[in-house]
Design a protein around this ligand. Structure first.
Ligand code: PLP
Length: 281
């Protein structure tokens, strides 16, 4: 398959990155994941804008417009221009002698790949998730490629035979290892505010907008781990997860069998409709 690397489309086997790339040495870079549906890339502009904002936050001068303009070329090279697929983008600070501070003359390394990937109309899974301490740093708003905290949390969830790790900081639930989390209590929807303790997911924002449209009261307010028993529903959001019902957190069971909560279902259906309407936006 073909990948995009530093301005060129190359065979993935021939794509080479220096061992002195700061992405490799320091995890000094950011990434983005988006999906192309039958009718276009879902919320492409929001993903690219978040990437541009992230680059600015970490002081990498790179114009995302260059990557944007090369997406059709990449998809064409991969024979995916008209097919559902996943598009991964990454920019690192580039190649330089290993010193922590920013090098004065490094050129950012920009890479993109695409893979066939199709999303179900609605994610029918009822997730079982496990809570654990959020041991990550305090800049989770940056979509950093340094994902060790997320990797260790997700691995811990996997070995406990669960679907996702739910992270808890100072008693408050922040997000999942690669998802945002929402709760529903007494017909009201809650999710952690978009601050430095979570990634402000594009799907999260879409769901917030859907709540407004559907006139479901939505509060960007963190939920305490101890408040879970007072909640009626929970669900995860993410680009590849879409909206996934949570049936169980630790020992707290929201639903017996395969029931999906009323509000979760309503949002899943509205989200599915949005995908049908949405072209490249
Ligand atoms: N939170 C974390 C830590 C993530 O890594 C992700 C996505 O990868 C999300 C939330 C969901 O973000 P989005 O909806 O933009 O995919």
């Amino acid at each position: 398959s073909k990948v995009f690397l530093n301005g060129e489309i190359v065979d993935s086997n021939a794509a080479k990155i220096s061992v002195f790339d700061r992405g490799f040495l320091f995890g000094d870079g950011i990434y983005e994941v988006m999906v192309q549906l039958e009718n276009g890339i879902f919320y492409k502009n929001a993903h690219l804008q978040r990437m541009q904002d992230n680059l600015k936050k970490i002081g990498i001068a790179h114009d995302i417009a260059e990557l944007d303009s090369q997406i059709p070329t990449l998809l064409h090279a991969c024979q995916l221009e008209d097919s559902p697929c996943l598009i991964y983008l990454q920019v690192t600070r580039g190649v330089a002698a290993r010193k922590h501070a920013f090098p004065s003359e490094a050129k950012p390394t920009a890479m993109m790949y695409a893979l066939p990937y199709s999303l179900p109309h609605i994610n029918q899974k009822n997730m079982k998730v496990v809570s654990m301490e959020d041991k990550r740093w305090h800049q989770c708003d940056i979509k950093s490629i340094s994902l060790l905290g997320n990797v260790l949390a997700n691995q811990s969830a996997m070995v406990q035979n669960t679907d996702e790790a739910i992270l808890v900081r100072d008693g408050f639930i922040t997000e999942g290892s690669h998802t945002n989390i929402f709760f529903v209590g007494k017909e009201k929807v809650y999710t952690h505010p978009a601050n430095h303790h979570i990634l402000d997911g594009i799907t999260r924002r879409v769901v917030i907008d859907l709540c407004q449209e559907l006139q479901i009261p939505l509060f960007e307010k963190a939920i305490k781990i101890d408040d879970i028993p007072s909640m009626d529903e929970a669900f995860l959001t993410g680009t590849t997860t879409q909206i996934a019902s949570v049936g169980q957190i630790d020992n707290h069971v929201f639903y017996q069998s395969n029931t999906i909560g009323k509000t979760t279902k309503k949002l899943q259906e509205a989200f599915a409709k949005l995908k049908e309407l949405n072209a490249d936006t």
